[in-house]
Design a protein around this ligand. Structure first.
Ligand code: NAP
Length: 259
């Protein structure tokens, strides 16, 4: 399917690996020029180089921490005038409800709520002036059904979801859509680190920890970054202009819901 977005320009934050990289790759395959970001420059430059070689698009890189005001300013300057924004950052650590202090909540809110809001505030006006834009926020299945050990993530991402619910209706008259993609379990470094924690806690191998988690998913496997990226690129396409303010689960059926 021709997504109709060749020649457009996108910012994908936190995109040297995992789900962000999947989104960057799928947009590049649709002919979209990119601004890519991550903290570590080695993986970022390697990913950008692969994408340039595979897709013949322009890729600008900005290595910085998007959860800091300085990092946000750098990324926003590099991304000025983009047509498409995909927001992403690392997820907060797991723990118990009583573990977290104010500072832990502030960090989680910065990463998974206030950073995407800062990017939207900065970049939506340019999209609205042009009468066309697409925003996709990478959140989590935890906004539909809480993951008890990820209380910081449950809290921060639900806050972002509330902000998007109202804001998406305010910008839709200008041809701009905002939607959230909710990953369930995907095979990325983040999944490895969560599985590693379970493996050491239970005294089992990584493969056993993965097999246990995969068995809880109706699809009986983890999702891939390519599947995730394809869904993101569709939401950014010309065909998705009537999809507004939605929270779309990509979880192999893992979240047990009727609606
Ligand atoms: P990942 O494989 O660990 O990749 C994270 C990417 O983000 C890397 O490129 C990393 O590069 C970059 N990054 C992390 N923190 C950053 C920061 N502060 N500033 C700039 N770049 C940053 O993670 P993932 O699995 O793709 O997950 C992406 C998001 O989806 C996370 O918020 C995660 O919690 C959420 N999620 C994932 C799953 C899953 O199963 N994978 C499920 C639900 C939700 P650097 O480390 O070099 O910065």
């Amino acid at each position: 399917m021709d997504l109709g977005i060749q020649g457009k320009r996108a910012l994908v934050s936190a995109s040297s690996k995992g789900l962000g990289l999947g989104c960057a790759e799928a947009l590049a395959a649709a002919g979209v020029d990119l601004v890519m970001n991550a903290r570590g420059s080695d993986a970022l430059e390697a990913a950008a180089e692969r994408i340039r070689a595979d897709h013949d698009v322009q890729v600008h890189t900005m290595a910085c921490d998007v959860t800091t005001p300085e990092g946000q300013t750098q990324v926003i300057e590099a991304a000025e005038g983009v047509d498409i924004l995909v927001t992403n950052a690392g997820g907060p650590p797991p723990g118990l409800w009583s573990d977290w202090e104010r500072e832990d909540f502030i960090k989680a809110l910065d990463a998974n709520m206030l950073t995407p809001i800062a990017f939207m505030k900065a970049l939506l006006p340019g999209m609205m002036d042009k009468g066309w834009g697409r925003v996709v926020n990478i959140t989590s299945q935890s906004v539909r059904a809480p993951i008890p050990a990820l209380g910081l993530s449950n809290a921060a991402r639900t806050g972002l979801t509330g902000y998007v619910a109202g804001t998406s209706r305010q910008v839709a008259p200008h041809g701009v859509t905002i939607n959230n993609l909710l990953p369930g379990i995907h095979a990325t470094d983040r999944a490895d680190s969560l599985d590693g924690g379970v493996a050491s806690q239970k005294g089992i191998s990584m493969d056993e920890a993965r097999a246990e988690r995969a068995a809880t998913i109706p699809a009986r496997r983890y999702g891939t970054r390519q599947e995730f990226g394809a869904a993101c690129a569709f939401l950014c396409s010309q065909h998705a202009g009537f999809i507004v303010g939605q929270n779309i689960l990509l979880d192999g059926g893992g979240t047990n819901l009727t609606m």
